[in-house]
Design a protein around this ligand. Structure first.
Ligand SMILES: C[S@@+](CC[C@H](N)C(=O)[O-])C[C@H]1O[C@@H](n2cnc3c(N)ncnc32)[C@H](O)[C@@H]1O
Ligand SMILES: Nc1nc2[nH]cc(C(=O)O)c2c(=O)[nH]1
Ligand code: SF4
Ligand SMILES: [Mg+2]
Length: 193
């Protein structure tokens, strides 16, 4: 759908220069999704893996974020193998709604109520990033935390349109439950892509 060089704004790699590769197509249907224009894959022309990588190589950073849409709709082995062979570290932003493919240095699993993660994905997550839309989502976040590995980093991220109301609740929750961390969509505060 699009690719752009920016700063990873969210989660465990916040602040790192990153080349984002956004793949079109998603059938999860989050009502608060901030990239609904990604949902219909047919609206976005296909791009060859070689062309994606040569565009990425124009920039100095060697950290790639594959996102979407839901990137696990696709077999990501060719793209990630070639990125790594060209010296990129690879990371994915995924709902986990489909089984994993691809070779990953970092996996961010962000589970959704609208289409649950595939059970096989949880043990591979380096980061669990739960979007909090209302108070009941904290309990729901704990259910997902019980499924990831012991070394997985746990993040709570306010849903953007409710961030003013939800962020203070996340702050108190993390103070009371310190295995969790706060994740903010810092790119939105910085007004960058
Ligand atoms: C647009 S999604 C694309 C990748 C994948 N479909 C997923 O949901 O993980 C990228 C990240 O943005 C988060 N996100 C999407 N809309 C959001 C919103 N309105 N507020 C906060 N986070 C949001 C998702 O949970 C996910 O972690
Ligand atoms: N700067 C920036 N950081 C991000 N982290 C995850 C994003 C995404 O949409 O997957 C995203 C994004 O869209 N922009
Ligand atoms: S799974 Fe990701 S891309 Fe799909 S609707 Fe939800 S937030 Fe948007
Ligand atoms: Mg985004």
């Amino acid at each position: 759908m699009e690719a752009f060089y920016t700063i990873q704004g969210e989660g465990g790699n916040t602040g790192l220069a990153a080349y984002f590769i956004r793949l079109g197509g998603c059938d999860v249907g989050c009502h608060w999704c901030d990239v609904k224009e990604s949902w219909d894959a047919e609206q976005h022309p296909l791009t060859q893996v070689e062309d994606i990588i040569s565009a990425a190589e124009e920039f100095p950073g060697r950290f790639a974020v594959i996102t979407g849409g839901e990137p696990l709709l696709y077999n990501l082995n060719p793209l990630t193998q070639q990125l790594q062979s060209q010296g990129f570290r690879t990371s994915i932003e995924t709902s986990g709604a489909y089984p994993l493919s691809g070779n990953w240095n970092w996996i961010c699993l962000s589970p959704k109520k609208f289409k649950a993660p595939h059970e096989s994905v949880y043990p591979f997550a380096h980061e669990l990033k739960v979007v909090i839309f209302n108070k009941s989502d904290f309990k729901w976040a704990e259910e997902h935390a019980s499924k990831v590995g012991a070394n997985c980093q746990l993040y709570l991220q306010p849903e953007w349109s409710k961030a003013t109301e939800i962020t203070p609740l996340i702050v108190e929750y993390v103070k009371d439950n310190p295995r969790w961390r706060v994740s903010l969509q810092t790119h939105k505060y910085m007004d960058i892509p």
